[in-house]
Write a protein that binds this ligand. Structure first.
Ligand code: NDP
Length: 240
């Protein structure tokens, strides 16, 4: 039977490309999203992939949402924690809400999804959890103490949960994208973006599909010996 995969924030940008890639691998895929119903409808119309609305930053909503998916589609075998937001600003200008919202959604969402889906993976002795981090969680970024902290936290979360999942056949990995041509990056002012591209050795932004293929590999049977790792897909912008 086909594996069931869920991609949080799967209706747009990188998440949408991940949904399409996993479906191409033969999985049964569902997307989650936060509130942009028009984008979700357009996504489902174009792909045929169902989209479920809830806020991954809300613990109860996430447990209920995943239970609904399990009932309607099947128990979830593969979780891609891709949903993310930015609320940029320097520390002095950043509100407490901007700090907590970004931590709650970007990092708390990973915890909530894992709480909902790990028990089934443990019981069946197979599972894949793939968390989308960021180059800015590895290297830091001016004006993003909230986002960099949340993404850096994802990398620690990944390594800790990988140790818990290993004996149950559950792998837990992260992908750290560099700058990818999505709505999130379209919000960056053009003059700032030009300077960013100038610092990318391959000389361009990445494409969502290039992140998606990395997810597909980590989610595959062939990825079974990779756990607790972070795959950097960033055009050479940050090497360490
Ligand atoms: P987009 O802004 O294009 O899409 C974000 C998606 O996440 C949407 O589907 C959105 O739903 C969903 N989402 C946002 N908040 C929530 C929430 N609380 N609960 C459920 N879903 C939510 O993002 P990208 O495709 O650019 O980014 C995807 C991931 O990759 C993020 O984690 C981001 O931090 C990371 N990343 C992106 C980079 C880039 O260059 N683009 C670089 C490095 C990392 P809705 O449509 O309803 O709002």
């Amino acid at each position: 039977m086909a594996r069931v995969a869920i991609v949080t924030g799967g209706t747009r940008g990188i998440g949408k490309a991940i949904c399409e890639s996993l479906r191409g691998d033969g999985m049964t895929v569902v997307a989650n999203y936060a509130g942009n119903d028009a984008a979700a409808r357009a996504f489902t119309d174009a792909t045929g992939i169902p989209a479920y609305k809830w806020n991954v930053g809300d613990h109860e909503e996430t447990l209920a949402g995943c239970a609904k998916v399990a009932e309607e589609v099947g128990p979830i075998d593969v979780v891609v924690n891709n949903a993310g937001i930015t609320r940029d600003g320097t520390l002095l200008k950043m509100s407490y809400e901007d700090w907590t919202d970004v931590l709650r959604i970007n990092l708390g969402g990973c915890f909530n999804m894992a709480k909902a889906c790990f028990p089934h993976m443990r019981d069946q002795k197979w599972g894949r959890i793939i968390n989308i981090g960021s180059i800015n969680g590895q290297a830091g970024q001016y004006g993003q103490v909230n986002y960099a902290a949340a993404k850096s936290g994802i990398h620690g979360f990944t390594k800790a949960l990988a140790q818990e999942g290993a004996r149950f056949g559950v792998t837990v990995n992260a992908i750290a994208p560099g700058y990818i041509d999505t709505d999130m990056v379209a919000a960056v002012p053009e003059n700032v973006l030009e300077k960013i591209v100038a610092r990318i050795p391959v000389g361009r932004l990445g494409h969502a599909g290039e992140i998606a293929r990395g997810v597909s590999f980590l989610a595959s049977e062939d990825g079974g010996f990779i756990t607790g790792s972070t795959l950097s897909i960033n055009g050479g912008q940050h090497m360490y």
